[in-house]
Design a protein around this ligand. Sequence first.
Ligand SMILES: [Zn+2]
Length: 225
Amino acid sequence: MRKLIMGIVEFREKMLPQYAEQFSKLALAQTPDALFITCSDSRVVPDLLASTHPGDLFTMRNVGNLIPPATAEGVSTGDLSEASAIEYAVLVLKVANIVVCGHSECGAMKAVQTRSAKLKAPNLDKWLYHASNAAFRLEQEGPLDGSLKPHDQLSQLNVLVQLEHLMTYPIVRQQVSAGALVLSGWWFDIAAGNMYAYERTSRTFEVIDRAMAERMVARLATRAR
Ligand SMILES: [Zn+2]
């Protein structure tokens, strides 16, 4: 906690002068172009990994980067928090992209696989139910990348399952079919510090190096036309 408090002072003294103008503009409005959904894990730091700044990303984080699916009426079958963030991002901020980003060594994925009853965490147990489709799919269809550890195999499939859950929200479906919204699945490998993006054609997560990034950006430009 000391690190956190002293970090505030460090920001005030060293960084705030550089950000002052940006913050005064951002106080009037935010226009992020992406909703970034990721895990609460402390080792996943979107603004560091994507070199993003205040105002760039509308972020939603929870244990396991899960999105409870919606009913036909578009109401979440789980917690309302995720659904509210989705509604706000899509309807008010009109984001053009939603990224679901999982990561390696995810405690939530390990918990889904071990189903440990020792923890006595009834809320967490109930919450992780929203990842059970991913566990089912891993059992039935096998991993995307067999060289990964079992919990990382699950974590990659979980990203795809959560993208499907996103599509159960009528507002997301409508915007995607209108070409106004693009959903992407990303995965962060903590040990190597690499970010991967899911490629539908190859059914693999591919590292976002310069060549991959240029392909992704070119595709965005085609969509915008
Ligand atoms: Zn995690």
